[in-house]
Design a protein around this ligand. Structure first.
Ligand code: ADQ
Length: 483
């Protein structure tokens, strides 16, 4: 029987070891949810790194971990601390991540990182090949594994390989600066189907293929080494019902069942009737535009003083890659900006920004989404941005206003949101005012459309559509071969 193999940098599992006892829990992220239909239906295997470094595992423990992982239909690729430094923090997060998000000033070109990236992609290929037979379908995810499709295709030409990029693909003018641009494109072209969040990323990729590899493309097809590949956009959705149902449950809670956070949010609203809350949630990453957002909020309070003491900005920043210098600098800048703005505007009864630097349990995420009248999401670049979609999904009464950066992939499908340029403080300030004053009827009208679309294009649908398109390329390939 043919198998489906999913490959991503990290396995969708949380593994912890205490006194030689092992706990393995499935993680609940968007990708894991979306892939459920693919991973749980029929015979399938998920391949990735377990989150434990090779040097943390002696032979006995490694055996135990592998067995526990196998129980979850997963297989681990072993990575060392050095691999993580050079492949993960190095090439993936210091070269590809900043470059693909147009942060050229943060992009480094280190030969040692590139060698490690190749080496780790080969390690992934070895594990995939051990588990793959002719006729299998393989779905590779994201920028850490751009070389993997070609490495698999060379050894197993009779497999169907799909690749999905979760971050933007940059314009040719940016991508061409990379010393290893040909190798990366050739790596990706090992796939039979290449998926991106938006049509623009797809267009940029095709342009790089034409201009760097001098390979012809015809609409969204590429004829390459005797194969026909398809390139398409598949905007990723969310688990709509999960967020909506959590919000419905949230509203049914008795006082005693509410979280401490919710009690504080309620107390705040009671103490300041008519006051509104603005929310932003992101990983603390320079692509998310957090300093810009804070400066724009400061400008808003300067320009429209009538909103002082009437709005509160809740800034939830989740720690991320905190051993990388740029992220440490961003943390410092964010801390300072919050301190400065709070120092400038606070009164005895009002602090304009509530700043949380931590990860929060799902329940608190729902508390925040449902309690805040406005979501202010202003990345300077973002492949998609799922937070924008989650906020809308939890608005059970269809009220609430989403202010969204046009630099987020999500903006392409969320036209009814108030779209802004994250570098234009004047526009953000005016849009915030508009959001805070928007009549409820208009909010409902806008969110009705947004919710309908989110419900229809859920993350399950996204995964199914991708798999359907991948199967179609396989059949098309069969017809060509048998002709
Ligand atoms: P991310 O950059 O991580 O993803 P995003 O799409 O916003 O960004 O997803 C973040 C996820 O983390 C959301 O599902 C959110 O609910 C969750 N989350 C945020 N804050 C949290 C907190 N405090 N506690 C717990 N969970 C929290 C990358 C790309 C994006 C792309 C996704 C999917 O950078 O552009 O949308 O992959 O392809």
């Amino acid at each position: 029987m043919n198998k489906t193999i999913i490959v991503s940098n990290r396995l969708p599992l949380q593994i912890s070891i205490h006194n030689n006892n092992l706990a393995v829990n499935p993680s609940v992220g968007g990708l894991a949810t979306g892939m459920k239909s693919v991973h749980e239906g029929g015979e399938s295997l998920w391949i990735g790194w377990s989150g434990l470094k090779e040097e943390e595992l002696d032979a006995g423990l490694k055996k135990k971990v592998d067995a526990a992982i196998a129980q979850e239909n997963c297989a681990a690729v072993g990575l060392t601390g050095k691999d993580l430094d050079n492949f993960y923090y190095g090439f993936s997060n210091n070269t590809l991540w900043p470059m693909f998000h147009y942060f050229m000033e943060y992009t480094t070109f280190e030969g040692e990182h590139w060698e490690s990236y190749k080496e780790v992609n080969r390690k992934f290929a070895e594990t995939v090949l051990q588990h793959t037979d002719d006729g299998d379908t393989i779905w590779v995810h994201d920028y850490q594994l751009l070389l993997l499709p070609e490495l698999i295709k060379k050894e197993r030409p009779n497999t169907s390989i799909g690749f999905f990029l979760h971050i933007p693909f940059p314009s040719y003018e940016v991508f061409r600066t990379l010393p290893w641009r040909e190798e990366l494109l050739n790596g990706m072209l090992g796939a039979d189907l290449l998926g991106f969040h938006t049509y623009d990323y797809e267009r940029h990729f095709l342009s790089s293929v034409r201009r760097i590899l001098r390979v012809d493309t015809h609409f969204n097809e590429i004829s390459y080494q005797g194969r026909t590949l398809r390139v398409d956009s598949f905007p990723m959705g969310i688990d709509y019902n999960k967020f909506r149902n959590a919000a419905i449950t949230h509203y049914k809670k008795e006082e005693a069942q509410k979280s401490d956070l919710q009690k504080r949010l309620d107390a705040h609203l009671q103490s300041a009737p008519g006051a509104k809350m603005i929310l932003s949630i992101d990983r603390l990453d320079y692509t998310k535009g957090i300093p810009n957002r804070l400066r724009a909020f400061e400008y808003f309070l300067d320009k429209y003083p009538q909103f002082r003491e009437k709005v509160r900005f809740i800034l939830l920043a989740v720690p991320s890659r905190s051993n990388v210098p740029q992220y440490q600098r961003l943390k410092k800048d964010t801390d300072e900006l919050v301190g400065r703005i709070n120092g400038k505007f606070s009164t005895v009864s009002w602090t304009p920004i509530w700043y949380f630097y931590r990860s929060m349990p799902f329940e608190n995420l729902i508390d925040l989404y449902t309690s805040c009248e406005v979501a202010l999401i202003t990345p300077v670049r973002d492949g998609m941005n799922l937070v924008a979609k989650e906020y809308i999904a939890t608005r059970v009464d269809k009220d609430g206003v989403l202010v969204l950066s046009e630099m987020a992939g999500a903006s392409k499908e969320m036209n009814e949101a108030l779209l802004i340029n994250p570098n234009n403080f004047e526009q953000i300030a005016d849009t915030l005012k508009k959001a805070l004053e928007m009549p409820v009827e208009e909010q409902i009208e806008r969110n009705t459309f947004l919710q309908q679309r989110l419900e229809r294009y859920s993350v399950e649908k996204w995964a199914k559509e991708f798999m359907k398109a991948l199967q179609a390329t396989k059949q098309q390939h069969h017809v060509i071969v048998s002709k």
